[in-house]
Design a protein around this ligand. Structure first.
Ligand code: B12
Length: 381
């Protein structure tokens, strides 16, 4: 380290260059002072907005005090990795209720591994440059107690949108964040201006009204939480608004005007796998557990496990237009997976029967239907 240059300007420049060479679209640097965020974070937890994401509360102030997580940390390198795949047409699946909608971020390889590997390389390049063995650096992506969005905001990667995600006026929000904690003083970047203005599109479009005030998401209401984080039964009031969203939700980003400027990902690992950008609900419903594990290998989807996957698809099938095929397929999985999934199948069958009634399905068809659903439904409809 250079005493004449306490902020290591040259090293800072090199880190940014190397970060871009490794494939990150934006590299920024901040200090570790998150004291302005801490009360807001504690307030969010106090209100219970984390629901069953107990990992959000178990680490105390480590999340808002980076040096408690990694002692000696004085600077944080924040990185942005765009994930919007080239074949971006699949948002149209939201209008096709027999197709499955999976969040754009989850179509390719698990981003945790992709970003962590790159950040580790960046740390090793810094180690080599300054000639220190075992430099106390650590890469983080999502899975550690780190306030990633506020850190990236301090590092100038963008501003916090009203949906609570980081937005950039040249890149929208379709990107992941990652950080490299470092025990070295570096030149810091400046935060940028908030450019949301009077726009409230993300707030009004949210299917479950999860953005309870500008910049604050009640996690318990967010479809992303309900389909990915929640392990048990999905509260009934959210099932219809889920539509065909079976893994995460992108509505607050799809509506955001800044995403007109989103850049396509150049990362081959984020290209859609297993045709998950264009696949029918019924096809997914027929996957047995070993097939699910095979098809989601290396994907973030695998993390939710087969039971929650089937729970989510059951709801989407309940939301699909009435069809005998759907009713038969729902029935065929009853008692096979778990009580929790059965309860969602029953709900889906009720939705299907309701739609059959509304459609005035003719008696011959209805007979076949009732035969098909005789194990599954209340008989009063
Ligand atoms: C928990 C979590 C969730 C939860 C809770 C969401 C939330 N808003 O906290 C759930 C499961 C719902 C979720 C959903 C999604 N997530 Co998420 N999630 C996280 C995680 C692990 C922690 C976020 C956190 O700290 N929350 C706690 C609260 C306290 O933080 P907060 O919302 O930022 O709260 C702040 C605001 O309330 C703010 N605030 C309050 N009042 C005011 C007023 C003003 C004026 C301002 C500016 C701010 C402000 O202060 C609080 C404290 O900083 C991060 C990764 C990480 N380790 O940081 C990823 C992360 C935020 N998620 C990410 C993504 C991609 C998503 C989804 C898009 C995935 C999907 N498609 O389904 C959705 C988007 C939903 C949404 N609108 O938030 C990315 C976001 C990238 C980006 N561009 O910003 C992250 C950074 C992961 C990553 N490494 O890339 N997520």
């Amino acid at each position: 380290m250079n005493n004449a240059d306490p902020h290591n300007s040259l090293l800072t420049e090199k880190i940014k260059l190397w970060g871009q060479e490794l494939g990150f679209q934006h590299v920024g640097i901040s200090d570790i002072d998150l004291s302005a965020q801490e009360p807001k974070m504690l307030d969010w937890l106090e209100k219970g907005f984390h629901g069953e994401m107990h990992y959000m509360e178990t680490h105390g102030t480590k999340r808002s005090r980076p040096a408690e997580l990694l002692p000696g940390t004085v600077s944080i390198v924040s990185v942005r990795l765009d994930y919007l795949p080239e074949d971006a047409k699949f948002a149209s699946t939201l209008e096709q209720p027999n197709q499955a909608f999976i969040s754009r971020y989850a179509l390719g390889r698990d981003y945790h591994k992709v970003i962590r590997n790159k950040l580790k390389k960046l740390g090793q390049m810094i180690e080599k440059e300054i000639g220190v063995d075992n430099l106390a650096f650590r890469p983080f992506v999502d899975s550690a107690p780190v306030l990633e969005r506020p850190i990236a905001e301090k590092a100038g990667l963008g501003w916090t949108g009203k949906h609570s995600l980081l937005l950039n006026n040249q890149a929208g929000s379709w990107f992941f964040l990652g950080e490299l904690f470092l025990p070295i003083a570096l030149e810091q970047d400046q935060a940028v201006e908030n450019e949301c203005g009077a726009c409230v599109a993300c707030i009004t479009t949210c299917p479950t009204q999860a953005i309870v005030e500008p910049y604050v998401v009640d996690g318990r209401k967010c479809i992303s939480y309900l389909t990915i984080e929640l392990k048990g039964s999905i509260p009934e009031q959210y099932r219809k608004p889920m539509g065909n969203r079976i893994y995460g939700c992108d509505d607050c980003q799809l509506i955001c005007p800044w995403n007109r400027f989103a850049q396509l990902s150049t990362e081959p690992d984020f290209a859609p796998r297993s045709q998950l950008n264009s696949i029918s609900l019924l096809e997914l419903w027929q996957w047995q557990e070993p097939h699910f594990l095979k098809m989601t290998e290396g994907s973030p989807i695998r993390r939710i496990g087969f039971e929650c996957w089937m729970r989510n698809i059951a709801i989407a099938l309940g939301n699909a237009p009435f069809s005998l095929k759907v009713v038969e397929q729902l029935n065929s999985k009853l008692t096979l997976i778990s009580d929790m999934v059965d309860e969602h199948i029953q709900w889906a069958l009720e939705q299907q029967q309701q739609k059959a009634n509304d459609k005035g399905v003719d008696s011959r068809k209805l007979k076949r239907l009732i035969k098909a659903i005789k194990i599954g439904l209340p008989r009063d409809a």
